[in-house]
Design a binder for this molecule. Structure first.
Ligand code: K1U
Ligand code: ZN
Length: 173
């Protein structure tokens, strides 16, 4: 497995619509495995393929945070939100493409998601808590949307400026 470099905002590839997966292949399974390794290494609780420059509808997640609890690596091809609760939840979100920046985002508290798993089987499941927040954040990545797009323009511009500076500094070394 390979740890892939994660794109940092602003990057045009993070604003594009990702294409659905037509047929599962060993190459796509390898991409999912590389994404899981990249996510655990970061560390993060989710990762979407566009964040490593692949414009494919593929996300990975593991929102198990408790010490000693069994990991739950989750791979979703073509994930779709089928239903969302009226009840909302506010969570302080971060993003591996926007390092060290956090902001409160309000989203549906529960969602029903359908996807194709790593074995090619269709799955449908209800998510709540952090899993619900994370799966919506990751599906947004597939639609070229970042959590800062939910913020007021001034705050979004401030964060974007910080990221431009960070990328300039990283490019010098
Ligand atoms: O998509 C991403 O950029 C990953 C992102 C997912 C996410 C975080 C918070 C709310 C919604 C979605 C991250 O994983 S940021 C890092 C993070 O949250 C974390 C890192 C280590 C331990 C626990 C959490
Ligand atoms: Zn993100």
């Amino acid at each position: 497995m390979t740890i892939k470099p994660i794109l940092i905002h602003p990057d045009p590839r993070l604003k594009k619509l990702a294409a659905p997966v037509a047929d599962l292949s060993d190459e796509l399974r390898q991409l999912a495995d590389d994404m899981l390794e990249t996510m655990y290494d970061a560390p993060g609780i989710g990762l979407a393929a566009p964040q490593i420059g692949q414009l494919t509808r593929l996300i990975v997640m593991d929102c198990v945070k408790e010490e000693g609890a069994a990991p739950q690596p989750t791979v979703m091809f073509n994930p779709e939100v089928l239903a969302a609760s009226d009840e909302l939840n506010t969570y302080e979100e971060g993003c591996l493409s926007i390092p060290e920046q956090f902001a409160e985002v309000t989203r549906p508290a529960e969602v029903t998601v359908r996807w194709i798993d790593r074995d090619g089987a269709e799955q449908t499941r209800d998510f709540g808590g952090l899993w619900a927040t994370c799966v919506q954040h990751e599906i947004d990545h597939l639609d070229g949307k970042l959590f800062i797009d939910y913020l007021k323009p001034l705050k979004r511009q401030l964060i974007t400026r910080k990221m431009v500076k960070l990328k300039r500094e990283r490019a010098r070394f």
